[in-house]
Design a protein around this ligand. Sequence first.
Ligand code: RM4
Ligand code: MN
Ligand code: MN
Length: 400
Amino acid sequence: MKNGRSGHSFETERVFAALDRFRIELPSWGFANTGTRFGKFIQSAAATNIGERFADAGEVNRLTGASPTIALHVLWDLPNGTADVAQIRELEAEHGIKSGSINPNLFQSQEYKFGSIANPNAETRAAALSHLLESVEISRALGSRDISIWVSDGSNYPGTQSMRKRIRWMEEVLSAMHAATDENQRLLIEYKPFEPAFYHTDIADWGMALHLARIAGPRAKVLVDTGHHYQGTNIEQIVTWLLHLDALGGFHFNDRKYADDDLTLGSVDPYQVFRIFHEILSAPPSTSSEIAYMIDQSHNLKGKMEAMVQSVVAAQELFAKAALIDQDQLASLQDECRLVEAEECFREAFWFDVRPVVKAWREARKLPVDPLAALRESGYVERITRDRGSRNTKAISTYA
Ligand code: RM4
Ligand code: MN
Ligand code: MN
């Protein structure tokens, strides 16, 4: 270990500083029953209502100290719109966790069969806009900064829709939405190459999302969901470009082997997450300080609480590893094209076992030293399994 300025090791200083500022948002839907298009496997411990989703997220935050906000899906968490804000406020106070990003739902209603903000029918586009405006209102009422939009719009067969006209319709709706935001709010635009549409998707990649964000206005940024790329796409390069353009709003983290698999963060390819964090940590802080780190996962087989704790811990460890890269040294090795030494400087940080230092950080911050073990010892999962078991056998969740 190298020695840092304060007498602590270089690694301890770096990791402590990195973890003190790293926060990652939990998705309310990650605690509820979800499934695949082939069916759902109900879990006895899954959250069956908004109170339980808040309780679970609060517990993950208690264990990790790194997740003080919960992302809300309007249709699933606030089915009555702004009328539900008072109840959400009470839940925030009760569970010590704040509302995070507000996620409009433009993909489940029957009227969106042929699209929402890109639907050829002006009335349907107006309905989509009115839902977006209500989402802006909800975000304002809750004091949450980000409204994260993912639209499933697209078509399944060549020639059946005008891709060109649909661009204009999206520009109009998103501009109108942006006009309703105030300076404390942001509009994050997510992209995805395919699914549910299989011929064209209206916001298929970061270029399209960036264009729409620029047209919408200065408070619109791009949201990168790590599962929303073709195989082999260099996601960290996209991140670099978005940072350069001051257009990176946030992330939906998850992992995958094939497509939008929504598996636990870092479970398949932790090096990918490390590379993304490196690009962020090597960029000027002014372009990266407002990035919203969020988890967007669906845990079908693993226990939801356990999977979420694993995800937060994995994110912390990979962020801590990336913080260990000696940026000055790496920059001069890169400039001199000393390729092998540059690569080894990079990989040394990835291979460094940060877990003992992360444990020391948890101890210093009075957090459970091993969050997963603490979850097991707390009996929380057994309790919610008992309490929610019968409700879960009856209720098939409305979740996608
Ligand atoms: C989409 C996308 C969105 C999420 C929905 C449920 O694939 O990732 O972010 O809100 O799933
Ligand atoms: Mn997502
Ligand atoms: Mn997705």
